[in-house]
Design a protein around this ligand. Sequence first.
Ligand code: ZN
Length: 131
Amino acid sequence: MQLTVISSDKTQLIDITSQVQDKIKAQGVENGLCVLFVPHTTAGITINENADPAVASDMLNVLNTVIPWDLDYTHAEGNSPAHVKATVVGASETIIIENGKLELGTWQGIYFCEFDGPRTRRVLVKLLRDQ
Ligand code: ZN
């Protein structure tokens, strides 16, 4: 099972929480685990505040400042900072499902992290039911 995510900017955090929740509902999983995996080398996934959009833009600002595009990189494709950001953020998240809902904190959301867009991307979803 997978989600399709279409990014529109070079670097972008895209809230996919409701898409993931919809998959859980469609599959009828009441209790278990949701494993999300991004099969890309220049994108990632993270969980953070989605109440104030300034948090997402601040995170991108810090990543773009700490890992700039204009260092002396050697990777011929020219997108080394996107690879570095993907490693810093990570490629997967695991979230507990209780009573058909993601057990996220009040202010938490799931962000797909685009670091070399715009592109059409995939997020793999595996739902494991409690026995
Ligand atoms: Zn590359």
